[in-house]
Each structure stands twice: as C-alpha cells, then as structure tokens.
Design a binder for this molecule. Structure first.
Ligand code: SF4
Ligand code: SF4
Length: 391
C-alpha cells in the first residue's frame, strides 16, 4: 500500500547509510553524484518530507532520474523498501501533469483506445504510411511491426487433459504493441492443459505511479482488484506489470508467465529443437521485484539443443523503465548504449526479454544500428518450438 508522509519518513529512517547499494545503482555509476544514488535520494526524500530542504527543481531532477529499477532494494541489508519510498515521494511531492501524460492517460486506461491505436499503427504499417509518421514524429521509431490487432474472447479452453486455469493480465503496452506474445501465451497455456480467462480489466497502474498520479493508480488498482477471480493465479507476460500488481494487488497470487509455465506438466507436448544460441536479458522488475528471472532460463532450457546464456551486464537496467525512455532520454540512451554493446560483444541473433518496455527500447536501439537481432518474449520462443503459427 502507498506510504503516507509520516510512514515515508519512518521508512527512510531505516536507511543506515551504509552505502552498499551505491555500486548497484545505474544512475550513480553514470553521474558519480551522491544525489543520484539510492542513499542520497533517500536522504533527500526525508529532508523534503520534513521541510528541511525545499521541494525545488534540483530535488525533482534527482528523483526523476531514478529508474525505479530497485537494484538498490535487492542488495540492501536492512531491507529498506526503496520502491515504496520513491512511489510515495513522486505522489506526495512530484505529481506530474505533463502534456505527454495527459495525452497517454486515456490510452493507458481504456482497452478500446488501445485497440484503436493498434489498428491505426497496423494500417499505417500495411500502407507504408508509417515512414511519414516516423519522419514527422521521431518517437514513433520505437514502434515494433504489429500483427493485425485482435479483440480477446473472455475464455480460451484448454486442450485435454485439463490441468488447471489462470487469469491472463493483458497490460496496456502489451495489448497495444505486443499482442503476438499474448496470443503465444494463450497457445502455450492451452497446449499444456490450462484454461485461460481474460476478464475485463485495466492497466496495472505502474505508469500512473511513476507519474506521481496516486489517485489514478488507486482507481486502476480497484478495477483490477474487482476484475480477477482470486481463486486463479493472475499471470502477467510483462514483468513491469507483474511488479506493479505484486506490490499493490496484495490479495491476488500474481505470477510471471515463465514461473507459472515452469511448474506445468510438459509431458504431453513435443518441443522442436533450436540450435540458435539464446541470450537472455533480465528485466529489473523480474529480477528485483518478481524474483523470477531464473525461471526464464529454466523454461528455455526445455528446448532440445538450446544454448541459453545470460546477456553480459544483466544487472544493469537497459534504460527502458516504463515511461523513463520517453521522459529521461539522455540517461535512457546512455544505459541503452551499454546494453547494445553487450549484445554486439556476444554476436547474438536471438535475445529473450520478459518485459515489453525493455524489448521496445532495446529493439529500437538495435534497429537504429541496423543490427539483425530478433528480440522475443521467452513465451514466443517456446510457442514457436511447439508449432505455434497464429491463433
Ligand atoms: S544499502 Fe540500504 S541501508 Fe545501506 S545505504 Fe543503501 S538503502 Fe541505505
Ligand atoms: S531504483 Fe535503481 S536508479 Fe533508483 S536509486 Fe535504486 S538502483 Fe538507483
């Protein structure tokens, strides 16, 4: 649950300033400034909350530069809840009402607008008008090539023998830009005997939280709280959504799809071999919040002949970080450059990533460098090896 001003100060007081988190912080490693480190930011949050320091532009810059990657949290010996601290700081001290956020807020909230956006992008790509769009709005260079958008049924029955059922979380970015992974997920789950339910639902609220829009985040949380049957696991395909739901939708069992699939019975399916080496990028939210990154490796290793390896430098954020790649473009590009160098150093042609934000950011960087590297969700790779073509 969101911290109040008082509980924010209490949580910040738990930081003993040991500094063990500093070498794990991507922004501190880039700027070398204490104010861009977890320890420095926690001191700033506490000081501003107690009116010891002013809530000015410098404070805003240092908090805005934080990726919310939570690498600091996962190494903190005192278990300081940095994620809750930065979320509360953004809500209490730095709420944003930028034009960018006002324009995207309806799209994030309403599935009908996501379908409309998907159709417009798909049509522009089919008619080659997207080239004009990319020249007029460089930001649209981040868009992947879309499949023809589909409207989801509420239920996709399992193939026999029946083994269980789940609720599938669509996510606003995945539903708009990555329906391919949602379709592949349904295919794999059904093949393994799992019924898939897709009730009417909303965004996880992570972008609203990142923007300090606590009221919107809470409204979205309540919609999802009511939407999903608590008896079934709630499965996410984007760890960014999974982390947000896990933190705030406390009454539900939220699992990343790779973790869930790893525990399924695979004896009734045939997986085709794949000799292409698969490099795996670990999204921060999967590693530091959902703690599910090892499941991705284990799942992919089910493929006969698979050579599954971590991408060097996996501990550092790629700079995607939700809306960060759009709002903090300089730091996002610096972090992306490290990731692209790591990919080049391996000679990878296939990269697995379990988060849509990372995939979009990295794939856009690879396209800009004219690199022929396929960036796929691990479930897409599994689905292909099971014979999936299209739903
Ligand atoms: S590791 Fe934890 S206690 Fe130590 S400085 Fe970082 S946040 Fe504070
Ligand atoms: S969340 Fe990431 S960027 Fe922010 S202080 Fe922690 S390690 Fe640094």
């Amino acid at each position: 649950m969101a911290l109040t001003l008082e509980s924010l100060v209490t949580e910040a007081d738990r930081c003993v300033a040991c500094g063990l988190c500093l070498p794990h912080c991507p922004t501190y490693r880039k700027t070398g400034s204490e104010a861009d480190s977890p320890r420095g930011r926690i001191q700033l949050m506490r000081a501003v909350s107690q009116n010891i320091l002013p809530n000015n532009d410098r404070f805003k810059e240092h908090i805005d530069l934080c990726l919310s990657c939570r690498s600091c949290e996962s190494v903190c010996p005192n278990n300081v809840n940095y994620g809750a601290l930065v979320d509360a700081t953004r809500a209490l001290h730095l709420p944003k009402n930028t034009l960018w956020y006002r324009l995207t807020k309806p799209l994030i909230r309403h599935k009908s607008l996501q379908y409309l956006a998907g159709w417009l992008i798909w049509l522009s790509q089919c008619t080659k008008l997207d080239a004009l769009l990319k020249r007029a709005i460089p930001l649209t260079n981040t868009l992947p090539v879309l499949d023809r958008p589909v409207t989801w049924k509420t239920f996709y029955p399992a193939h026999s023998p029946h083994k269980g059922s789940i609720n599938l979380f669509l996510g606003c970015a995945s539903n708009t830009f990555d329906q391919q992974t949602l379709k592949a997920s349904i295919y794999v789950l059904n093949q393994l005997g799992i019924d898939v339910y897709i009730p009417s639902q909303s965004c996880c609220g992570s972008i609203a939280r990142q923007m300090g829009d606590q009221a919107e985040a809470e409204e979205l949380r309540q919609i999802n709280q009511a939407a999903f049957d608590k008896k079934r696991p709630l499965i996410t395909i984007a760890s960014g959504c999974g982390a947000g739901l896990q933190d705030y939708l406390l009454t539900h069992s939220v699992q990343d799809i790779s973790t869930f699939l790893l525990a399924c019975d695979w004896t009734n399916v045939t997986i085709q071999p794949l000799a292409t080496p698969i490099f795996v990028q670990d999204p921060c939210t999967l590693r530091n919040v959902q703690k599910g990154q090892q499941a991705v490796y284990q799942l992919l290793k089910k493929i006969p002949q698979a050579q599954v390896q971590p991408l060097p430098g996996n501990a550092q954020c790629c700079g995607g970080a939700g809306a960060y790649m759009l709002t903090q473009t300089t730091m996002a590009s610096r972090l992306l450059a490290d990731k692209l160098d790591a990919i080049t150093s391996t000679g990878a042609v296939l990269l697995a990533s379990a988060n849509i934000g990372c995939s979009l950011h990295i794939a856009q960087g690879l396209r800009a460098q004219h690199k022929q590297v396929e960036v796929l969700h691990p479930v897409n790779i599994m689905a292909k090896q099971l014979g999936y073509i299209t739903l």
